[in-house]
Design a protein around this ligand. Structure first.
Ligand SMILES: *[C@@H]1O[C@H](CO)[C@@H](O)[C@H](O)[C@H]1NC(C)=O
Ligand SMILES: *[C@@H]1O[C@H](CO)[C@@H](O)[C@H](O)[C@H]1NC(C)=O
Ligand SMILES: *[C@@H]1O[C@H](CO)[C@@H](O)[C@H](O)[C@H]1NC(C)=O
Ligand SMILES: *[C@@H]1O[C@H](CO)[C@@H](O)[C@H](O)[C@H]1NC(C)=O
Ligand SMILES: *[C@@H]1O[C@H](CO)[C@@H](O)[C@H](O)[C@H]1NC(C)=O
Ligand SMILES: *[C@@H]1O[C@H](CO)[C@@H](O)[C@H](O)[C@H]1NC(C)=O
Length: 367
């Protein structure tokens, strides 16, 4: 009896071995379960997207040169507020442009068939509704609208490469690489000839942020003339597109050399929208909502340094608040029944007193 009890005692050699075997089995089941899940997930992605192909785009027309506008040369991009859309690919981009949206956010996935193709939707398998599956298709839709409406207010074109495993299995594993960005850049260059790039804002300064601070100082001294740095005057930004790499979720840009650390400016193409104000590339700041005191402080600091601020507004109350705070790009969940015209208005906090929205939209036929 003593022996029998002894055998069953915790910590006895046999109980110990049994326990190890049990744990090993459990681990094996768990690991095979995970492998099986990933395999099935991968297979499902393969099957779901296998018959969606993206074709190369032939650029066969040029944008007309438009020089009709007669805007004060002292009014610049940072003096205006525009409406943008969040997850823009869920309703027609053309419809959005026609109704006043001037900022888009396109979520990008690498397609499985080859490295050089990109698809646009939110999350693999679970949320992939889109009106333009291929990135080129989305860009082409925008291009075609611009061709018909070339005096539009500057369009901010945000792209976000989905990079978490649950968002995009492949990018989640391999990470966002320079070669991906180079390709996206090539797509932009193939389709648009009318881009505004960070170098233009930087002018002769060594960083974009310095150039913007200087512009702000100039403006505080009541000097609104354009000196070759800072946000471009309207006459140079109408009809143009600003390419932006949206990096507010994970701040990956710091680890992507072709985006941030190359001293060689020719590599720099995208503006980077994220929430760290101290980066030398920080020109467009994306701040979270609901607005905490800290977020609001960041908006104030960004404005005082001449940066552009982008915030998502989920309801009317938040919308009013960010308009009054002087946020430049107010992104909303686009509703087809709403009209967001005029597509740009003078920014309550950053525009000079001579900025009058009506003059521009009525007399100059700007969209
Ligand atoms: C692109 O050009 C090729 C060759 O000129 C042509 O066969 C193809 O149909 C064109 N594709 C589109 C979308 O226009
Ligand atoms: C542009 O402005 C100038 C001076 O204000 C005016 O004489 C001219 O007619 C304007 N041009 C157009 C196309 O509105
Ligand atoms: C843009 O161009 C289209 C096609 O010419 C036209 O129907 C539309 O009214 C224009 N304006 C806007 C604001 O979309
Ligand atoms: C850049 O150019 C402006 C105007 O030409 C000049 O005032 C400024 O000092 C220059 N800045 C630098 C950093 O060279
Ligand atoms: C931001 O600036 C506005 C306007 O000057 C001010 O009313 C508000 O208190 C500031 N917010 C913070 C958090 O500093
Ligand atoms: C806008 O129009 C008003 C009068 O209609 C005029 O006083 C003002 O100078 C104009 N502003 C600009 C920037 O053209």
């Amino acid at each position: 009896m003593y022996t029998a009890i002894g055998l069953k005692k915790k910590g006895s050699p046999i109980g110990y071995v049994k326990c190890i075997i049990w744990i090993t089995h459990l681990l094996l089941y768990l690991i095979s379960g995970i492998f099986l899940f990933v395999f099935v997930w991968f297979l499902a992605i393969e099957i779901r997207y296998s018959n969606r192909q993206c074709h190369p785009y032939n650029q066969s027309f040029d944008l007309p040169l438009v020089n009709l506008w007669n805007v004060s040369t002292k009014l610049r991009l940072n003096h205006y507020q525009v409406h943008g859309s969040h997850n823009s690919y869920t309703s027609s981009l053309t419809h959005q442009l026609t109704h006043g949206i001037r900022q888009f956010e396109l979520d990008i996935h690498l397609t499985l068939s080859s490295n050089d193709q990109f698809a646009v939707y939110h999350l693999q398998l679970v949320d992939d509704k889109t009106v333009c599956y291929c990135l080129r298709e989305c860009l082409t839709q925008i291009f075609k609208w611009i061709r018909e409406n070339s005096t539009h207010f500057t369009i901010y074109l945000f792209i976000e490469i989905k990079s978490m495993i649950y968002e995009d299995l492949r990018v989640g594993v391999i990470g966002v690489k320079c070669k991906h960005l180079e390709l996206v850049k090539q797509y932009f260059l193939d389709i648009f000839t009318n881009l505004i790039l960070p170098d233009q804002i930087q002018g002769n300064y060594s960083t974009v942020t310095e150039a913007l601070k200087q512009q702000k100082l100039d403006e505080m001294r009541n000097d609104y003339d354009y000196h070759g740095y800072g946000w471009l005057p309207l006459e140079l930004s109408i009809g143009k597109i600003i390419p932006v790499f949206l990096d507010d979720a994970h701040n990956r840009a710091d680890n992507i050399p072709c985006l941030t650390s190359s001293p060689d400016l020719e590599h720099r193409f995208f503006f980077i929208a994220q929430s760290h104000l101290d980066r030398s590339y920080s020109a467009i700041v994306s701040i979270g909502n609901p607005l905490s005191i800290e977020n609001e402080r960041q908006v104030n600091e960004s404005l005082s340094e001449g940066k552009l601020v982008r915030i998502l507004a989920y309801n009317k109350e938040q919308y009013k608040r960010v308009v009054n705070l002087g946020v430049h790009i107010i992104s909303i969940d686009y509703n087809e029944n709403d009209n967001y015209a005029p597509s740009f208005i003078c920014n309550k906090r950053t525009a000079p007193p001579f900025c009058l929205t009506q003059n521009l939209s009525n007399h100059l036929n700007l969209l």
